[in-house]
Unconditional design. Structure first.
Length: 490
């Protein structure tokens, strides 16, 4: 087992450690957990919608276009839509190998964060000199997402209701105090003021803020962006997988099973999937994240856990959880495990991982024992394209005819719109603040190929877990990795 424990071994409920809120040991009766998960759908909750748009057809024969966008997730959809906003006369074709929004864009937690740097500390590590510019561009990008949703009437269930970050370990309390001191827009909470935002026996302190975070139904956002793009004249084809990209005169040719697409310019928005540019394939690795969704909760049940408002919650550990409410008051609970499956491949079979679902259910009941007996309606997973700097990178290739954007490491709901703008700037030959950024000029440190990748990532996972158990203090491996600008968390 990747995580070193056997879920088939029956355990008795164990008391919470005085110093460790979460761990790999299952504390809830395993029969109770399995009963709560037994009828959960394996379809991602957001995609399990009777109003999901009908499938689109595939490309047939030969097609020519000004711009070809490869990938029908957020990055590709924003690229196609903004390309037509910039130049309505430009012919834009978008192809998706499966269905629009079916992968990470339709199965994430729906946290839309303004940050382009995976938080202040990571930004200071990699982009210290650029942070004022990055923070301003992040705010502008976040406002652009909000404005587009309003302008095109997209029913994305957008909510700017704030986030509560909680300390579940003693050493994390100081971190939250320091964060509150740095940011006047965030409030440090303890005691009753904390319980009014969330009442859990694991919460020791909290930090509440409303700036730069929103919640969406990610599938509805993807479907709405696709509809807006088509209204602008973008041609969208599904079930069209590009297998090869090759130069052809002043343009590029994308080969598919159904035919060929000739394009003057190509934007690659395939993210976690193997890049059509072979030289980029070592700069991301697929890390699987897993999520549970509860059945709808009543007003009394929400009052029992002190969570009567619409904000989301996350904890401060490096192996962290994130949770939020759906529009019908279910609780989405995910994170903690960050699983790399040997082989560096994205497979449908890896979307399900019973041992992780059982661990998440156990952590859910430990967080909110008031909800003991609540069942889960959905359980699913999906791959995140992780880079070693925990931040996306952007660039161009093939003489400026191809642009790429990848490595979002869990920030893709918001940052993909920014990546789309960078790709279009590069393809148009524009010198902008975005294209002058380090993340648009320099690639992160690559991740070695197999057979080295698997043992190295497992070593990093163990080091991260040990750091959480050791009061947040990094051991030699994490300190060494930090010196080279390499990061890892869940």
């Amino acid at each position: 087992r990747d995580c070193g424990w056997d879920p088939d071994h029956q355990r008795k409920r164990m008391p919470m450690s005085a110093t460790t809120a979460y761990g790999h040991e299952i504390r809830t009766d395993l029969g109770t957990i399995r009963g709560a998960l037994a009828e959960a759908s394996t379809t991602p909750f957001w995609l399990d919608d009777p109003d999901r748009p009908a499938p689109r057809g595939a490309v047939s024969g030969r097609v020519s276009t000004d711009l070809l966008v490869v990938g029908g997730g957020f990055a590709g959809l924003w690229t196609a839509l903004i390309a037509k906003e910039r130049d309505p006369k430009r012919r834009v074709v978008l192809v998706e190998g499966n269905r629009i929004g079916w992968a990470a864009s339709g199965r994430n937690g729906g946290f839309c964060e303004a940050s382009l740097t995976h938080g202040w500390e990571n930004g200071e590590l990699h982009f210290a000199d650029e942070m004022p510019v990055l923070n301003r561009l992040a705010d502008e990008n976040f406002a652009g997402i909000r404005a587009a949703i309003q302008r095109y009437g997209i029913d994305a269930e957008w909510e700017e209701t704030g986030v509560l970050t909680v300390a579940t370990e003693p050493h994390q309390i100081g971190w939250l105090r320091e964060a509150a001191d740095r940011s006047p827009s965030e409030t440090f909470l303890e005691g009753e003021s904390l319980r009014e935002k969330g009442n859990s026996p694991l919460y020791r302190a909290g930090l509440f803020g409303t700036d730069g975070v929103a919640y969406v139904n990610p599938a509805k956002l993807a479907w709405g962006l696709a509809a807006a793009a088509e209204d602008h004249g973008v041609e969208i084809y599904e079930r069209t997988r590009v297998t090869r990209l090759r130069p052809d005169g002043v343009g590029m040719v994308a080969e598919t099973a159904q035919g060929e697409i000739r394009a003057n310019r190509v934007a690659l928005a395939t993210n976690v999937f193997s890049s059509l540019l072979p030289e980029l394939r070592l700069f991301t690795v697929p890390i699987y994240d897993y999520v549970l969704m509860t059945e709808p909760l009543s007003a009394d049940q929400l009052a029992a856990i002190g969570w009567t408002e619409r904000h989301g919650i996350t904890d401060s550990s490096r192996e962290f959880h994130y949770y939020r409410k759906s529009s019908d008051n279910r609780i989405l609970f995910g994170g903690y495990d960050a699983v790399y499956h040997r082989g560096r491949r994205v497979r449908a079979a890896q979307d399900q991982r019973p041992e992780t679902f059982e661990r998440l259910a156990d952590h859910f009941y430990g967080t909110f024992p008031q909800l003991s007996g609540i069942r889960f309606s959905h359980k699913w997973g999906g791959a995140i394209d992780m880079s070693t700097q925990l931040v996306a990178f952007h660039g161009s290739a093939r003489g400026g005819r191809v642009a790429y954007s990848a490595g979002y490491t869990g920030l893709g709901v918001g940052a993909t719109r920014f990546g789309a703008e960078v790709m279009l700037d590069l393809l148009e030959g524009r010198d902008t603040e975005r294209t002058r950024l380090k993340m648009s000029r320099k690639l992160p440190i690559p991740i070695p190929p197999e057979p080295l990748a698997y043992p190295l990532i497992q070593m990093m996972r163990r080091a991260v877990a040990k750091s959480d158990r050791n009061g947040g203090k990094d051991g030699p491996l994490l300190k060494l990795a930090g010196l080279f600008g390499v990061g890892f968390d869940s």
